[in-house]
Design a protein around this ligand. Structure first.
Ligand code: ADP
Ligand code: ASP
Ligand code: MG
Length: 401
């Protein structure tokens, strides 16, 4: 007998037929004698619909009330799935995040899991119940509902699997694995039979939404292997694990992130301390800065440009615009219509020329690069948002043809 944790995304539980399909997958494993813990997302586009409903009544709702609202989506799908399984004649119980022991930080909208106390889950498993748990949510120290950030149900599932030392953790979604690029948007994307934690973490962080990046971070920390697969095709999926022996792929994927904005502070005095003053101001408000570019000083002044998540743009401008004069800057300008396109691959460390190949592909598609950043296993470029899809396809063609 094994403990199996399965997670089903929004498309997998979108309607009654899909729920019955998922119930079939779960009960098949249950019948073999396994303990089943199942994490669900909200049905279909429910979370987006709830966000739209909130906007109808308040354009700046508090984050606490937003979490109160959004957690309802997962409550609906969990109970509906439980009823579907009930109808098939199996013992089942659905639990909200707090009932399943999820304690999070207080950051509404983007809370982190602090602990998972699986006592209740264990009690239900001992009674041979199939346990359905709402993904994406927990409770904070004020006993308020919190959410884990968009796509956070993956992290809920991985957290349970890690804490309960599950034998298998399967993330069921609407594609049959992790591909070299988004298979819905990029022609000739290739399914990867396996991918390392580090590469998957980079891809997820750089915009491949197939897994929530924190779920990968946690799986790596606990050495938990993940399987990403489709609830519809039943094909073998992609295994995410520590890859040591296998010949590393040069490039394992291309990702795109359009939730980006660039800010430039123009004409600041070319003297020590300016970067420190700008970036400490941002970090005090928890604004993460990504790519940074500083121009060469000329006539005693220089420009500092950097990118942040678009969600933080207003906050960053509110901080920096009034501060420009104190910095001695001429102006603060920004551009929201930019995108970051990245390639990820553990093999690039030992292969010179990968960056040149990527830039050649972009040149071939007549795409201008505004900024570049690199690490051991990734190269990112900032380009115009309108060219992002063409850029991903061109870069993908270069490496995977
Ligand atoms: P779920 O609701 O199951 O959590 P998501 O929509 O969050 O599903 O994630 C799955 C989607 O991720 C796919 O439909 C696909 O369009 C997108 N995606 C982006 N990059 C990749 C990639 N490299 N491999 C697979 N899917 C990807
Ligand atoms: N329902 C949430 C979202 O749409 C969480 C998830 O699907 O993982 O972001
Ligand atoms: Mg998801």
């Amino acid at each position: 007998m094994s403990l199996i944790v399965q997670k089903f995304g929004g498309t997998s539980v979108a309607n009654a037929d899909r729920l019955r399909n998922v119930a079939q997958i779960i009960t098949e494993k249950y019948k073999q004698g396994n303990d089943m813990v199942v994490v669900v997302s909200a049905q279909g586009d429910t979370t987006d619909d709830l966000i739209a409903k909130a906007a109808e009544v308040n354009d700046h709702p508090s984050k606490r009330e937003m979490d109160m609202l959004l957690t309802a989506g997962e409550q609906m799908s969990a109970s509906l799935l439980a009823m579907t399984i009930e109808k098939m004649g199996y013992p089942v119980v659905s639990l909200l995040g707090w009932q399943a022991g999820f304690i999070t930080t207080t950051d509404y909208g983007n809370a982190r899991i602090k602990t998972v106390d699986p006592q209740r889950i264990r009690k239900e498993l001992d009674k041979r119940n199939i346990v359905i748990v709402t993904g994406f949510q927990g409770i904070n120290r004020y006993d308020d509902m919190t959410t884990l950030g968009r796509g956070g149900s993956d992290t809920s599932a991985v957290a349970i699997a890690c804490v309960m030392k599950a034998d298998l953790c399967q993330i069921y979604t609407d594609v049959d694995g992790v591909y070299t690029a988004d298979p819905r948007k990029v022609e000739n994307a290739i399914k990867l039979p396996m991918i390392s934690y580090d590469e998957m973490l980079e891809l997820a962080t750089l915009g491949a939404q197939v897994l929530h990046n924190r779920s990968v971070e946690m799986a790596k920390k606990y050495g938990l292997e993940l399987e990403v697969l489709s609830s519809i095709t039943k094909q073998p999926g992609t295994i995410v694990k520590e890859i040591t022996k296998m010949e590393k792929m040069l490039i394992s994927g291309v990702a795109k992130d359009t939730n980006i904005a660039r800010i430039s502070i123009i004409g600041v005095p070319d003297k020590p301390g300016l970067a420190f003053r700008v970036f400490s101001k941002l970090s005090a408000k928890n604004i993460n800065v990504d790519i940074i570019l500083q121009s060469v000083g000329r006539n005693g002044t220089k420009d500092i440009s950097f990118t942040i998540a678009q969600d933080n743009l207003k906050l960053a401008l509110d901080l920096l615009e009034p501060y420009a004069e104190a910095l001695g800057a001429t102006s603060v300008v920004y551009n929201e219509h930019v995108a970051k396109v990245s390639i990820v691959g553990a093999g690039m460390e030992s292969h010179p020329g990968v960056a040149a190949d990527m830039f050649e592909a972009l040149y071939g598609a007549n795409i201008n690069i505004h900024m570049i950043s690199t690490s051991e296993i990734k190269i990112s470029v900032l380009i115009d948002e309108s060219e992002a899809d063409a850029a991903v396809q061109a870069v993908h063609n270069k490496f995977f043809r």
